[in-house]
Design a protein around this ligand. Structure first.
Ligand code: TXA
Ligand code: MG
Length: 341
C-alpha cells in the first residue's frame, strides 16, 4: 500500500471521510484515526497496528456537545474533569451509547473520550465531520510515536495517509480516567497527574494493581524498545554494581579531553544507554540522554527508546523517579517496557 505523506489537513480528512485511516499528530503522541461510526474503517486500524481486538480505542472529539452523543450519562466526576482538562491530555471513560460500534470499545459497555488540544488534530476532526477513533500510531507493543518519523517507520505502506505536524508536546499518552463511578479512578497515568485530579475530587485514586483489569490496554507488554530496559536508582552504587558484571570492550574506549573532569572510569559502556536526570551517570555510557526536568524525561522517553534501537543498543538504563506527579506516568511506562505486567 502506498502511503500519502502530507501536511494538508484537508487531504487527511478526505481519507477519513472515505472510510480510510490516517495518522495524525496530537499533543500527547501521534494517533491513527478512522471514523468512529464506521466499523469497517475502525477494523483497518486494528489490522495496521496488529492490535488485539480486545483492546478498545479512544474516540477523539472537538466539541463538548459530542460527549452526550457518544456517552449515556456524563457523571458528576466526569463533568469536573471535562470542565478543567478538556481540551488536553486526558481521556474520560463513560457508559457508551448504542451509536458507537462495538469494535471501537472492544465490546465493552463503556467508551473512552478525549478532546485533544493540538490544533492540527482538532482541525482534522472538524473537517472529517465525525468523531475519530484512534489509538497511538505505533505497531502494537512498540513505544508510541512522538514525531512523524516514528510513525513512518512503523506505518509506512501499512496505512494510506500520514498527516505530518510538530513533535508531541508531552510525549506520553493521555491520562485515562474511569468516570463511571462515584469518584475518578485513574486507569493509565499521564501528564495530568493524580494530584491535579485530586484537587477536583479528593477521592480520586489510581486503579488498584490487583483484581480485574479495567483498561485492557494495560495488561499487555507495551511501549517496549528492542533493547532490554533496566530501571536504576539514583544512588551511584546501584549503577556501579550493575556495571561489574557487564562486559566492557576497551577497544571502544573514548578518551576525553584532559581538561574534562571525570569522576568515573574512562571506559564507555558499549551498546548500553542511559536516560535520566543525573549527569554523572550518563558519562559512562556510549549513548545517554540527560533530562533537566521530569517533564523533559517524560517527553523524551519514547523517542529515546526508538533512537537506541536504531543504534543497536542492547540495554537501556532508565533512572527511577518518585511515583508522584508525572513520575507516576514515567514509572508506569518503564514497568511495561521492562515487561512487568
Ligand atoms: O494520548 C493518547 O491517549 C493517544 C492519542 C492518540 O490520543 N491515544 C492512545 O491510545 O494512547 P491507545 O489506544 O494507545 O491507548 C488507549 C488506552 C488503552 O490502554 C485502552 O485499553 C484504554 O485506553 N481504553 C480505551 N477504551 C477504554 C474503555 N472503554 N475502558 C477502559 N479503558 C479503555
Ligand atoms: Mg498505544
Amino acid at each position: 500500500m502506498q502511503t500519502t505523506i502530507t501536511n494538508s489537513v484537508k487531504i487527511a480528512a478526505d481519507f477519513i471521510k472515505s472510510g480510510e485511516v490516517a495518522a495524525f499528530p496530537t499533543e500527547t503522541v501521534y494517533g491513527i484515526g478512522a471514523n468512529a461510526y464506521d466499523e469497517k474503517a475502525v477494523r483497518k486500524i486494528f489490522k495496521a497496528k496488529g492490535r488485539p481486538a480486545d483492546n478498545p480505542l479512544i474516540v477523539h472529539i472537538t466539541r463538548k456537545k459530542d460527549i452526550s452523543v457518544l456517552a449515556k450519562e456524563i457523571t458528576p466526576s466526569a463533568k469536573k474533569i471535562i470542565k478543567e482538562f478538556f481540551p488536553g491530555p486526558v481521556t474520560v471513560i463513560l457508559k457508551k451509547n448504542e451509536i458507537v460500534p462495538g469494535v471501537v470499545t472492544a465490546g465493552l459497555d463503556t467508551i473512552a473520550i478525549r478532546m485533544p488540544a493540538s490544533k492540527i488534530a482538532r482541525e482534522l476532526i472538524k473537517l472529517s465531520g465525525v468523531p475519530i477513533a484512534a489509538p497511538s500510531a505505533n505497531l502494537s507493543g512498540s513505544p508510541s510515536p512522538t514525531n512523524f518519523i516514528h510513525v513512518l517507520r512503523d506505518m509506512r505502506n501499512k496505512i494510506p495517509c500520514v498527516l505530518i505536524g510538530p513533535a508531541a508536546k508531552f510525549g506520553l499518552e493521555s491520562t485515562v480516567i474511569d468516570c463511571t463511578g462515584k469518584y475518578p479512578v485513574i486507569l493509565r497515568p499521564g501528564s495530568v497527574t493524580l494530584e491535579q485530579i485530586k484537587r477536583l475530587d479528593k477521592n480520586a485514586v489510581y486503579q488498584k494493581r490487583t483484581g480485574k483489569v479495567k483498561s485492557p490496554g494495560q495488561k499487555y507488554k507495551h511501549y517496549a524498545p528492542k533493547a532490554r530496559v533496566k530501571i536504576v536508582k539514583r544512588e551511584t552504587s546501584n549503577v556501579k554494581r550493575e556495571t561489574s558484571n557487564v562486559k566492557r570492550e576497551t577497544s571502544n574506549v573514548k578518551r576525553e579531553m584532559s581538561n574534562v573532569k571525570r569522576e568515573t572510569s574512562n571506559v564507555k559502556r558499549v551498546k548500553e544507554a542511559y536516560i535520566g536526570l543525573t549527569r554523572k551517570f550518563a558519562r559512562d555510557f556510549e549513548v545517554a540522554k540527560i533530562c533537566k526536568t521530569i517533564e523533559e524525561y517524560a517527553k523524551n522517553l519514547f523517542s529515546f527508546f526508538r533512537e537506541c534501537d536504531e543504534l543497536g543498543i542492547k540495554t537501556i538504563y532508565c533512572e527511577k523517579v518518585p511515583e508522584k506527579g508525572i513520575g507516576a506516568a514515567i514509572m508506569n511506562r518503564l514497568g511495561k517496557a521492562r515487561g512487568k505486567k
